[in-house]
Design a protein around this ligand. Structure first.
Ligand code: PLP
Length: 361
């Protein structure tokens, strides 16, 4: 039987190749590759999609975070509270600015920040909270907003969720090729609810200049390419259908009985299932069975950010974030993408069932 990848990116864009080639050809014909009409149009279309006044295209999701922190004036001596159970770039962006990432624990059921634990870590130096909409599930924004500290939403994994980007002062997105909305390479976006902040991010992404003559800030060179923006405009129109398909696939795993074999991510309306991440005390056995059957599986954040060598100077020890460390030990993902079919999912569940039966013997 053919191997099953963890995510089949090509299956998602294959039907769109003729239209993509037309859009790419148009960019080649125009010979405008940097900050042209496609970036302008994509920024407007993405703002309308997200329900925010303004977005700014940037080079990747990591830069998006750094640019927002810089635009907010966050730097040395400032603290920003974030999860450790996320891709390393979340905390790295804070450290990159010379500010201090303060790690809060997660709620193991949702794998997102636990607002009660965040509340305990607020100090007079706290300048922002950076929740992550992990694996496509919106973080508890209402509870976090009630803490009275500006929110920067790391939405790298959650484009398409209706419940994000309008609470935080800014939200950041990555268009890395496996993301829900993706490009053919690196790309990122900053969405803002505060227009002044948006203008500052816009200045910073191009050396602090509007016109290449006056340079008002010490900035960056972090731009979204025209070619990527042209591709993203095609994909943005497809995103509603892709999200519907992802949610349907998640529901199908539950219908197929995967929830009797391991703990499934609890569903909620705004969850856009960037990844389908389950939990089990038997996860190593289950993963070995999946790998033996050539079925894609991964463990996320096995070494959470607070225990990464580069951030050792922050002084966190094993055991300091118990829920984070628990989930790092028992999570695993199974294949999911927009368009995955029922037969593929049935094969995945059959292998997990067999592994679980062996474990029970
Ligand atoms: C939660 C999170 N934050 C930030 C990033 C960084 O995005 P990028 O790889 O585009 O720099 C990623 C993804 O890779 C991510 O998953």
């Amino acid at each position: 039987m053919a191997p099953i990848p963890l995510v089949d990116v090509k299956a998602q864009y294959a039907p769109l190749i003729p239209e993509l080639l037309e859009r790419i050809q148009a960019v080649l014909d125009s010979a405008e590759f940097i900050l042209g009409p496609n970036v302008d149009a994509f920024e407007r279309e993405a703002a309308a999609y997200l329900g925010v006044p303004q977005t700014v295209g940037v080079a990747n999701g990591t830069d998006a975070l750094v640019l927002v922190l810089d635009a907010m004036g966050i730097g040395p001596g400032d603290e920003v509270i974030c999860p450790a159970f996320t891709f390393y770039a979340t905390a790295e962006s804070i450290a990159r600015r010379g500010a201090i990432p303060v790690f809060a624990d997660i709620d193991a059921a949702t794998m997102n920040l636990d607002p009660a634990d965040v509340a305990e870590r607020i100090t007079p130096r706290t300048k922002a909270i950076m929740p992550v909409h992990l694996f496509g599930r919106p973080a508890p924004l209402r509870e976090l907003a009630e803490l009275g500290v500006p929110l920067i939403e790391d939405a790298a994994q959650a484009f398409g969720s209706p419940d994000i980007a309008t609470t935080g002062v800014a939200s950041t997105f990555s268009f890395y090729p496996t993301k829900n909305l993706f490009a053919f390479g690196d790309g990122g976006l900053v969405a803002v609810t505060d227009e002044e902040l948006g203008e500052r991010v816009r200045l910073l992404r191009f050396h602090g200049s509007r016109d290449k003559v006056d340079f008002q800030l010490v900035g960056y060179n972090s731009r979204l390419d025209e070619l990527q923006a042209a591709v993203l405009r095609v994909f943005l129109r497809q995103l509603g259908e892709w999200t519907r398909s992802r949610r349907e696939a998640a529901a199908r795993y539950a219908e197929l009985g995967l929830g009797e074999l391991c703990e499934l991510p609890p569903d909620e309306q705004g969850h856009v299932y960037h990844l389908f991440v389950c939990r089990s005390p038997e996860r190593d056995r289950i993963r070995a069975a999946l790998r033996n059957s050539e079925i894609g599986t991964a463990v996320y954040y096995a070494t959470p950010s607070h225990l990464q060598p580069a951030l050792r100077f922050l002084g966190y020890e094993p055991g300091s974030l118990p829920e984070t460390e628990r989930v790092a030990r028992d999570n695993f993902s199974v294949p999911l993408w927009a368009g995955i079919d029922a037969a593929t999912q049935e094969r995945v569940v059959a292998v997990v069932r067999e592994a679980a039966a062996v474990a029970a013997r």
